[in-house]
Write a protein that binds this ligand. Structure first.
Ligand SMILES: [Zn+2]
Length: 520
């Protein structure tokens, strides 16, 4: 794809390699926006400066020494000072007491201005190829690639250097992740399940996720495949899993959900137990882990009983019984809470304002139109009384999400208290409210539930790396790890919103972003 295929950048542009806005302006904008978006103690994420730049260029040096920073290594719960980080090629070669900098003769010596250094963040539940456009028209097709490029960029500019993508268009995922791997575009490492193995309802549309399913080969080719596969029966399920593995899936994802996110009694279709077992078996055959979407208690139980590796979304319709949590722990399973998808129901108005004010930095014009259209519809629906038939057809009832929210936080607290493995995942791309750049809003929900900043930071780094079986490469700042390193303004151990002020992002030794840091 062309380098200059998308919209103009904006004033608050920090994704550019050079320092275009000064720090005072940056902090001013940041403070103004966060204070206007306060929700109780947690404001929505503010990432001033995700503006697109067609001339983005990262930079790398064969040998780098970082100094003048405080270190959160995701091992110790204290910030460490007076250190030098030695990076060679894509790897952390050493962490030394800072001595005389003149000893590093053939190194690029970089002053991090006292910012806090932490491992690159990991979001273990995203949909990075979702264009936030839900009906297909000319604009959707012409703006889809630029929007995916925005998603990749906004993701890494907000400090996320690795994501696990659990559902998207295989062609797009493979194409864009390759470009991000080569640093042709700014973007995170992507571990992906490609298309989820969903169940089918009727012919074209299926639930639980009512993602469009395209049979038209031309449209399918333009879109890079289907967002979700919809096999029926064990043989078709096996074939769909094999196809995903051949296309490069590093994970398999399926779904279990008995009813929509509403009080409507409508039943949603699911696979049979034999179908789920066929998915797990295919995963086992290729050494690939399997994830189960299960926002309701029945799905959580099914996931535990069948032995999925990860469960996606916190169950919302009740509190998980102790014995299921005990079995979950015994099975060494992990859960990605995605609290934001439920919590956003309380702040739709604020998200609409955010899209209105700064949407252009995150979203293409058609995405802004379709996303805000959906959100406005959600608000109208809440006020009006829907007919029974219209209500039964709803995928998501905002009032239901609000009513169930106490269960969601109770389950998060209970799992944490009982010692379950909890990763950090936002489900950005999975709803019309969560666009890339908002990961910290997910983390703020964990803090609100009473989990310590230290534990939340570990969930978003070392715990997520462990879930990905990548703990030997990413998730902490230690000798021998990949140089996935970010620097933020402030101490996230005291105030998690410091992660909104990402001043530097390095992925595998490659500087992707720097604000106020001289690389001269
Ligand atoms: Zn999702």
């Amino acid at each position: 794809m062309k380098k200059k295929d998308t919209i103009e950048s904006n004033t608050y542009d920090s994704s550019h390699y050079t320092d275009r806005i000064n720090r005072r302006d940056f902090l001013k904008i940041s403070a103004a926006v966060s204070s206007s978006l306060m929700l109780g103690s947690a404001g929505l994420a503010t990432i001033p400066g995700c503006g697109y730049n067609s001339d983005w260029k990262g930079i790398s040096f064969p040998k780098v020494v970082l100094h003048n920073f405080k270190l959160f290594d995701s091992v110790s719960n204290k910030l460490q000072k007076d250190l030098a980080l030695i990076i060679e090629s894509d790897e952390i070669r050493g962490i030394e007491r800072k001595g005389d900098l003149s000893q590093y003769k053939d190194y690029k010596v970089v002053d991090l201005k006292g910012f806090t250094v932490l491992p690159g963040l990991i979001d273990n539940h995203v949909h990075v190829t979702v264009p936030f456009m839900y009906s297909v028209n000319y604009n959707t097709l012409s703006q889809m690639n630029p929007q995916i490029r925005y998603n990749f960029r906004n993701c890494i500019m907000s400090g996320i250097t690795t994501v696990r993508d659990v559902g998207g268009f295989p062609g797009k995922l493979n194409k864009f992740r390759e470009m991000a791997d080569k640093n042709e575009i700014p973007g995170p490492r992507v571990i992906s399940s490609l298309s989820p193995i969903a169940a089918r309802e009727g012919d074209l549309l299926g639930a639980p996720e009512k993602a469009p399913y395209f049979k038209n080969p031309i449209l399918k080719w333009i879109l890079g495949g289907n967002y979700a596969e919809r096999p029926i029966g064990v043989e078709e399920i096996k074939a769909a899993c094999e196809e995903m593995v051949q296309l490069g899936a590093q994970w398999l994802k399926t779904l279990q959900q008995d009813h929509p996110y509403s009080y409507a009694p409508r039943k949603l279709p699911n696979h049979s137990d034999d179908g789920y077992k066929a998915i797990l078996k295919t995963g086992e055959k290729y050494g690939i882990k399997c994830a189960l979407h299960e926002p309701l208690l029945s799905g959580f139980k099914k996931g535990v009983d069948l032995g999925f590796h990860t469960l996606e979304h916190m169950p919302m319709d009740g509190v998980i019984p102790d014995r299921y949590i005990e079995k979950f722990i015994k099975n060494e399973m992990a859960i990605m809470p995605t609290i934001m998808i439920y919590g956003d129901s309380f702040v739709i108005n604020k998200i609409l304002d955010l899209i209105n004010d700064k949407g252009g930095e995150y979203l293409m014009p058609e995405a802004i139109k379709q996303m805000s259209g959906r959100l406005r519809k959600t608000l109208e629906m809440e006020k009006s009384k829907l007919s029974e038939a219209a209500y039964a057809d709803l995928q998501f009832d905002n009032q239901y999400a609000k009513d169930m929210f106490p269960n969601v936080t109770a389950n998060l607290k209970k799992l944490h208290r009982m010692g379950a493995t909890i990763g950090a995942g936002s489900d950005i791309g999975g709803t019309a409210s969560g666009f890339f750049g908002r990961f910290s809003d997910e983390l703020k929900h964990y803090i609100s539930a009473g989990i310590s900043n230290f534990d939340v930071l570990r969930m978003a780094t070392s715990v997520n790396a462990h879930i990905l079986d990548m703990e030997d490469k990413i998730g902490t700042i230690e000798k021998g790890k990949l140089a996935d390193i970010i620097a933020v303004d402030g101490n996230p151990l005291n105030d998690i919103s410091a992660v909104d002020k990402t001043m530097m992002v390095m992925k595998g030794g490659f500087f992707v972003k720097n604000i106020g840091i001289d690389l001269g």
